[in-house]
Design a protein around this ligand. Structure first.
Ligand code: HEM
Length: 508
């Protein structure tokens, strides 16, 4: 079991300039002598499948609350461990990352879709691809997508009339698709929008766990599977054609000189870092990994902000001095906006869990973990753990803000701020961590903040959907529409409805 990290523990870690203490993740424990983690058991053969299928998010939360940071569960005989201890998560993702692989589980689920692209590649092949592709996500390159991010948000908000009730999940999905498809394909998207959209939709449906057909193997010729395969085939053929055209036109010699993601991939292939199939696998990977995740991040940010009119106003006053819509450079001066987005990613992490497999027996904290088992790292339960967060189930962007000595305010993760992270480092990991952290993190955080700012400059949001009902599909997906009322009139917010969740300044 792990002990709560107190403020003073954390202060000591900060003062010594060291990283967070590792809690139960103790690298010095002798593997052979360590006991196995707690095993509350499950049904014969099925293991815990029924609990996962009926409410995976609740299952994760209950298991970690009852049994601590590392606990066993089973899925059809596959030995699995839920890891929710931040120290152990740091060991797996950062300190000892080379003793773990993504493993069989993600490949079984996603291999047919993502092939040997970055998301599933392992070892040297992964390293080579990541090095070749990363220039597409350098600061200047991501900043160059800023105009498109603002433009599409403006189009969306301009289409909403005063008093309209908008499904922000549908609108955010449309928005994230438009931004990603344009960043992926640049001006080529014009002719191919429908193929790409149809494939993106089929991919999302294929992993929609509320549809019983999603549990059937991909090779079964169900109508849904046939549609999925047809659309995916069309997408791959389109990408191949576009690659041929780009090559004919003379691609940039250097991946960092490309102006869209496909250009980076073509240049990386020219340098020998990818073969042609891996190039297509990666284009599909970006579409899969960057579309629904960002859409969900924006959905939850808008839903949460609709319930916090005072915080909407705070963001509005933060962006009011800007000339027009914000640019990526402006975002550095917008701590409240950044806090609003980070807090939504904490409370509703779009990726509720992801997997690793140890390549050798390893001691994690006081426990022995055998090689080849499934380790499930669950941002969902860690982000909602009362040991690391006050009022964990409440949307409180204020928890990310810090006052500086000169009376200014900074975002808590701003390294120049006075109190960097009073929670353990890996108690917040919506984008994973370590060398395999989300390559699109900068892109997504910029996109979400630009979209929220562009929307809030023009309208006020009021809640309509009272409570979110969520399902643990491939991502943390709402069960139905997420409705928000749009008000374009410039009226002050109703003070009665404000600040109910606003904590005192010092509360974390
Ligand atoms: C709010 C939005 C997003 C969230 C919450 C998110 C979350 C994550 C997480 C948790 C991982 C790590 C998975 C693991 O370690 O097993 C990951 C990896 C990845 N993400 Fe994202 N992501 C987001 C947006 C994006 C975008 C916009 C793109 C691309 C444009 C993207 C592309 C990728 C890729 C390619 C990987 C695999 C990286 C590697 O293994 O080297 N993601 N993402």
């Amino acid at each position: 079991m792990c002990n709560p990290i107190t403020r003073s523990d954390d202060d000591r870690a900060r003062q010594s300039g060291g990283s967070e203490r590792t809690d139960t993740a103790d690298a010095d424990v002798d593997v052979a002598d360590a006991p196995p983690p707690p095993d509350p058991g499950g049904l014969p053969v099925l293991g815990n499948v029924h609990e996962l299928a009926s409410d995976a998010l609740g299952f994760y939360e209950r298991r970690s609350a009852e049994y601590g940071g590392i606990v066993r569960y089973d899925v059809f005989g596959t030995e699995s461990y839920l890891v929710t201890d931040p120290g152990a998560i740091g060991r797996i993702l950062v300190e000892d990352h080379d003793r773990f692989v993504k493993g069989e589980m993600p490949r079984e689920q996603l291999g047919g879709l993502l092939g040997d692209g970055l998301f599933l590649a392992e070892g040297e092949a992964w390293r080579e691809q990541r090095t070749a592709i990363r220039s597409a996500f350098f600061r200047e390159r991501v900043a160059a997508y800023g105009d498109s991010m603002v433009e599409h948000a403006r189009e969306a908000v301009d289409s909403w009339g005063d008093g309209a009730v908008v499904d922000v999940h549908a609108a955010s999905t449309e928005y994230a698709f438009a931004v990603l498809a344009e960043s992926l394909l640049g001006s080529d998207i014009e002719g191919e929008r429908e193929t790409v959209r149809a494939a993106a939709e089929a991919i999302t449906d294929r992993f929609d766990m509320s549809r019983p057909t999603s549990f059937l193997p991909e090779w079964l010729p169900t109508p849904a599977n046939r549609r999925y395969r047809r659309r995916l085939g069309a997408l791959r053929a389109t990408i191949r054609d576009l690659v041929t055209e780009r090559r004919a036109a003379g691609p940039p010699a250097d991946p960092s000189a490309a102006d869209d993601l496909l250009g980076t991939l073509v240049a990386a292939a020219k340098l020998g870092a990818l073969d042609d199939e891996e190039l297509v696998d990666n284009a599909v990977t970006f579409l899969f990994a960057g579309h629904e995740t960002s859409a969900l991040g924006l959905t939850y940010a808008l839903y949460c902000l609709a319930r916090r009119p005072a915080f909407q106003d705070r963001i509005r006053s933060e962006i009011a001095p800007l000339h027009g819509d914000p640019t990526p450079a402006d975002l550095r001066e917008c701590p409240a906006l950044t806090a609003a987005v980070d807090e939504a990613l904490r409370l509703y992490p779009p990726v509720h869990s992801f997997f690793r497999e140890p390549t050798e027996p390893i001691a994690l904290g006081e426990y022995r973990i055998p090689s080849g088992v499934v380790l499930t790292l669950a941002p969902w339960s860690v982000h909602r753990d009362g040991r690391w967060w006050n009022a964990p189930e409440t949307y409180r962007p204020e928890r990310w803000l810090r006052e500086t000595e000169d009376g200014g305010v900074v975002h808590g993760d701003d390294r120049s701020g006075p109190a960097v992270g009073e929670h353990p480092e890996h108690a917040f990991f919506p984008f994973g961590g370590g060398p395999r952290h989300c390559i699109g993190m900068r892109f997504a955080r910029q996109e979400l903040r630009l979209a929220v700012a562009t929307i809030l400059r023009r309208v006020r949001l009021e809640p309509v959907t009272e409570e979110l009902s969520l399902q643990a599909s491939a991502n943390t997906r709402p069960d139905g529409p997420v409705h928000v009322r749009i008000l374009t009139r410039d009226e002050p917010s109703d003070p009665e409805s404000l600040d109910q969740d606003e904590p005192s300044k010092t509360s974390w």
